[in-house]
Design a protein around this ligand. Structure first.
Ligand SMILES: Cc1ncc(COP(=O)(O)O)c(C=O)c1O
Length: 392
C-alpha cells in the first residue's frame, strides 16, 4: 500500500447509511417537528442514544458546541459565573462558556492529558467557581468517581464535554453520564460522522426541558419529544429564549445506523491503535499515555510523547508531513493549533496558574486514526514514522 493511497479525511461508510438516508428523504419531511407522534428520525436517534449510554433524556442539536451552551444555560450559568475547564481542550469549549457571558477558569492537566485533580480542587477553593465543564479531550478519561466526589464535596455542578468520548466507559459507565449533563459531537471527525451535529444527555428533567425549549422548540412542539415528564415541561413554556439550534432529520438519519454499529467500529479502532502501539515499540523515543484499567477507550486518534529535542521534533513534524502523514504537534513556536490555550486570545489567560499544561504538551504529537483505516494503513504509517525517526 502506498501512503498516497491512504485518505486522511473522515469518510462516510455509504454501505451503512444509504438505506437510512433514503428512508428519511422519502418521507419528504426534514424538520423534526413535522412528525406528529414523536417518530421523526431525530426522535429515533435520541431514543437510541439513551439506550446506548443509559440516560433518561437526550436531545439532538446542531453541534456539540451548541449542546454545551444549552447545558450550561440550563444548569443555571449566569454572566457572573465562573466555569472551570481543562486547559487542554478545543477552542469551542471556552467559547461556549463565553457565549453564556460567563468566565472560563483554566485547570492544569497531567502527563496523561486529563485534568489535574489537585489543581481542580485548589481552583474550586480559590475562585469559588460552582461549575466544572470537564472535557474528555481525545477521549482520555479522568478518575470519574473522584471527579464526582470533589464536585459533590464543594457543591460544584459537573457538565461533561464528551464530544470525543462517545463509547468511552469507566467501569462500564459511559463518559457523559457522570454529571448533570453530557455532550457528544457528531461532527465529521468523530466516531459518528453526520457532518455536523451534537447530542445532549441528562437524567435531570429540568435540564432536559429547558434545553428542549432553548434549542428551538416553540409553541406546542415540546409535546413531540419522547418523554413522560410533560408536566415539568409546562413550567418552562414561553419562559425561555429560543436559540434555534435544532437537529434536522437527515443528520439523525446519518447518525442512527452508525450508532447501531458503534461497538464494531470501536473494536476496529482499538485494534488499529494497538497495532500502532506495537509497531512503534521504541520506549526510548515514543511514549504513549497510561490508560487506567477501569477505562474502556475508543481510539480514533493517538497521542504520543516524542523524546527528541525541540529542533528534532520540529523537523520530525515537517518530514512526516512531507512523507504524507499529516500529524500535528502541540509544541514549537508559532504553533496555531486550536487546542492550545495560548491560542485562545479571546481569554485573558496571562494570570492562569498552569505550570504543567504547556510542559506536558510540548513534546506531544497527535495523530488521527480515521474510522475507515485498515490495519494495512496503520502498518504503512508506522513504517514511515519509524523510518523518519531513524533518519533524525
Ligand atoms: C473537545 C471538543 N469539544 C467540543 C467540540 C465541539 O464539537 P462540535 O464541532 O460538534 O461543535 C470539539 C470539536 O471538535 C472538541 O474537539
Amino acid at each position: 500500500m502506498k501512503i498516497s493511497d491512504i485518505s486522511w479525511e473522515a469518510e462516510l461508510d455509504l454501505n451503512i447509511v444509504l438505506d437510512s438516508i433514503h428512508e428519511a428523504i422519502n418521507t419528504k419531511k426534514l424538520f423534526r417537528y413535522q412528525f406528529k407522534k414523536s417518530e421523526s428520525s431525530v426522535n429515533i436517534l435520541e431514543k437510541a442514544i439513551n439506550n446506548y449510554v443509559k440516560t433518561k433524556f437526550s436531545l439532538g442539536v446542531s453541534s456539540a458546541t451548541n449542546a454545551i451552551f444549552l447545558a450550561l444555560k440550563s444548569a443555571g450559568i449566569k454572566s457572573t459565573s465562573k466555569v472551570l475547564i481543562p486547559a487542554f481542550t478545543f477552542t469551542a469549549v471556552p467559547s461556549a462558556v463565553i457565549q453564556c457571558g460567563a468566565e472560563p477558569v483554566l485547570v492544569d492537566i497531567t502527563e496523561n492529558y486529563v485534568v489535574d485533580l489537585i489543581d481542580l480542587e485548589l481552583k474550586i477553593i480559590a475562585t469559588g467557581a460552582k461549575y466544572f465543564l470537564i472535557s474528555h479531550m481525545r477521549g482520555h478519561l479522568c478518575d470519574m468517581p473522584e471527579v464526582v466526589r470533589i464536585c459533590e464535596k464543594h457543591s460544584v455542578i459537573l457538565i461533561e464535554d464528551a464530544a470525543h468520548a462517545l463509547g468511552v466507559t469507566w467501569n462500564g459507565k459511559h463518559a457523559g453520564t457522570f454529571g448533570l449533563a453530557g455532550i457528544y459531537s457528531l461532527q465529521s471527525y468523530k466516531i459518528i460522522n453526520a457532518g455536523e451535529g451534537g447530542m445532549l444527555v441528562t437524567n435531570d428533567p429540568d435540564v432536559f426541558w429547558k434545553s428542549v425549549f432553548m434549542s428551538g422548540s416553540y409553541e406546542n412542539n415540546y409535546q413531540l419529544h419522547s418523554s413522560e415528564d410533560l408536566n415539568i415541561a409546562e413550567k418552562y413554556k414561553n419562559k425561555l429564549p429560543v436559540f434555534n439550534v435544532r437537529m434536522n432529520n437527515l443528520t439523525a438519519a446519518l447518525a442512527i445506523p452508525q450508532l447501531l454499529n458503534i461497538e464494531s467500529t470501536i473494536s476496529r479502532l482499538n485494534k488499529n491503535y494497538d497495532t500502532l502501539v506495537t509497531k512503534l515499540n521504541r520506549p526510548d523515543l515514543v511514549i504513549f499515555p497510561i490508560k487506567p484499567y477501569e477505562v474502556r477507550a475508543v481510539r480514533d486518534s493517538a497521542q504520543m510523547r516524542i523524546m527528541l529535542n525541540e529542533s528534532c521534533r520540529n523537523e520530525l513534524k515537517i518530514k512526516l508531513n512531507q512523507s504524507g502523514v499529516p500529524i500535528s504537534y502541540f509544541g514549537g513556536v508559532n504553533n496555531s493549533n486550536a487546542r492550545l490555550y495560548q491560542n485562545w486570545k479571546f481569554l485573558d489567560s496571562k494570570n492562569s496558574n498552569l505550570p504543567n499544561t504547556k510542559k506536558h504538551l510540548e513534546e506531544v504529537f497527535d495523530l488521527r486514526l480515521p474510522i475507515h483505516f485498515t490495519i494495512e494503513c496503520i502498518e504503512r504509517v508506522s513504517d514511515i514514522f519509524l523510518n523518519v525517526i531513524e533518519e533524525l
